[in-house]
Design a protein around this ligand. Structure first.
Ligand code: AHR
Length: 501
């Protein structure tokens, strides 16, 4: 059997965990909102029309900050359409997703849904078809104290206290030619800087996210970040990163190593942001908001029947069904985000329900967990305190896309307050179990409190409407903690978590 060794230096702290690293994303897209979180006729719906079975799953998932309302959708959105009496809200065409928007859910309803799920609302403003004025208006409506026109309108609509939204995205993916109102880096950098500066004049304590690239494969990647930050550096706090991964051409070996690409992405944006910092002689360090990340079989969607000319309400779009291999990759991406938590201050799994999502629903029917639900929920629950970088000694394997990739990846968290810690691991081998000996003596651990794994004899096994529990967590049997060494055996193509007390 292949073996690996891991050592942990308790003093080698990457960052204290900020719960925002476990954020997610709700966009007015497909059935994420309508027939997803919101379905007034569903037997579990509350008085607002929100499905409470979905609320329970969201809580179990452990997502924290929720980015809203887009995504591409936001670049044509009028936030005013989604507030006030519902019977007066207009139906509009959403050009981004070629669908009809009823506006029955807007800031007011979504704000209540966030309270219901215990989520922090992260809001995006429209810099595609709109600009500074509408951003300031939305800010006043959402966060203003009663006594000014728009804040009073909010109060009249039933929300006395301000929403106090802290994180704001300055548009979405403005580098993408598909974006409504797509701009050059120079044009976007200027409008983002002016909008950010106006918003900070209204409230200097806001945390603002400027758009980075919509993927590292974009021809403008790197240069986009440089130009945009040179314009906006002093007015913003985060630059966004978006990345989606999928298996291509049956190359599972490369796909399982996708987190190497995420690492490259992070390192490049950090280097660019720090270059601008030094060029501008700034004292401030920009953080990354990885506010769209996930598995997305984009190539298949573009070739599918969901792309058609009809204008429909809540069409089924981007409803990927995820396998065990997808979940292993997702678990590894989350490990990478934690390993880089010193610079990735916030992240959003895109998205939450039905649309490339860990949670699926049927209208009038069930809701269930996709394979990708499990690594996210367990990591969010167990990762507490501080992130530590383990030193991993393990063989590599060959991949067509990334060259040599380590067979095992891992991150460790330790909470000094409770004396608990957790080790998260992936085995990327398709054929071999790997026995890993982890020196946890520095963690002061004396007992294994939980040891789970996600794997299957069929790495392409999935949960579906017809078979909702085909894939799930299993006990990681044979795990032993003795004399300061934790020994575990990781099955092929697996993601695992071990909690220690
Ligand atoms: O998450 C789906 C879409 O992916 C978002 O709307 C957009 O920002 C990205 O291209």
């Amino acid at each position: 059997m292949t073996t690996a060794r891991i050592s942990i230096d308790r003093t080698n702290v990457v960052a204290t965990i900020n719960r925002r690293i476990f954020g997610s994303f709700v966009e007015h897209l497909g059935r994420c909102v309508y027939d997803g979180i919101f379905e007034p006729d569903h037997p579990t719906a509350n008085e607002d029309g929100f499905r409470l079975d979905v609320v329970d799953l969201v809580k179990e998932l452990g997502s924290t900050t929720i980015r809203y309302p887009g995504g591409n959708f936001v670049s044509g959105y009028k936030w005013e359409d989604g507030v006030g009496p519902r019977d007066r809200r207009p139906v509009r065409r959403d050009l981004a997703w070629h669908s009809l928007e009823s506006n029955q859910v807007g800031l007011e309803e979504f704000g209540r849904w966030c309270e219901l799920t215990g989520s922090e609302l992260m809001m995006a403003v429209n810099l595609g078809t709109r600009g500074i004025e509408s951003a300031l208006d939305l800010l006043e409506y959402a966060n203003g104290e009663a006594g000014t026109a728009l804040a009073d309108e909010r109060v009249a609509n039933g929300k006395t206290e301000p929403y106090d939204i802290r994180m704001w995205c300055l548009g979405n993916e403005m580098d993408g030619p598909w974006q409504v109102g797509h701009m050059s880096s120079d044009d976007y950098g200027k409008i983002a800087a002016r909008t950010a500066s106006a918003m900070k004049t209204a409230d200097p304590s806001l945390e603002l996210v400027v758009c980075g690239s919509s993927g590292s494969a974009m021809p403008t990647f790197g240069e986009w970040e440089r130009v945009v930050l040179e314009h906006s550096y002093e007015s913003v706090d985060y630059i966004s990163c978006h990345a989606y991964y999928q298996e291509r051409n049956g190359d599972l070996a490369s796909y399982l190593a996708s987190s190497l690409e995420m690492k490259y992405f992070i390192d490049t944006v950090v280097a660019t942001a720090d270059h601008v910092k030094h060029k501008l002689r700034s004292k401030k360090t920009i953080q990354l908001s990885f506010d769209e990340w996930n598995i997305w079989y984009l190539d298949e969607h573009q070739a599918s029947e969901e792309v058609n000319d009809e204008w429909r309400f809540a069409p089924r779009q981007l409803e990927d069904v995820y396998s065990v291999a997808d979940a292993v990759v997702l678990g590894n991406l989350l490990i990478t985000l934690l390993q880089n938590h010193d610079r990735v201050g916030s992240a959003s799994l895109a998205q939450l329900v039905n649309v490339i999502a860990p949670i699926m629903t049927e209208p009038g029917g069930d809701s269930w967990r996709q394979s990708t639900f499990f690594p996210f929920s367990v990591t969010s629950r167990l990762a507490r305190g501080e992130v530590l970088t383990p030193r991993i000694t393990v063989d590599t394997y060959d991949t067509a896309v990334y060259g040599a990739a380590p067979l095992v990846d891992s991150v460790v968290t330790a909470d000094a307050e409770t004396g608990t810690s957790a080790v998260f691991l992936v085995n990327r081998s398709q054929t071999e179990s790997i026995e890993v000996a982890i020196d946890v003596s520095g963690l002061g651990a004396s007992v294994i409190t939980e040891a789970v794994t996600l794997n299957d004899a069929d790495p392409y096994a999935k949960n579906t409407l017809a078979d909702q529990n085909r894939v799930g967590l299993k006990d990681l049997t044979g795990s032993v903690l003795a004399d300061g060494t934790l020994t575990v055996t990781l099955p092929p193509v697996s993601w695992s978590a071990i909690a220690l007390g």
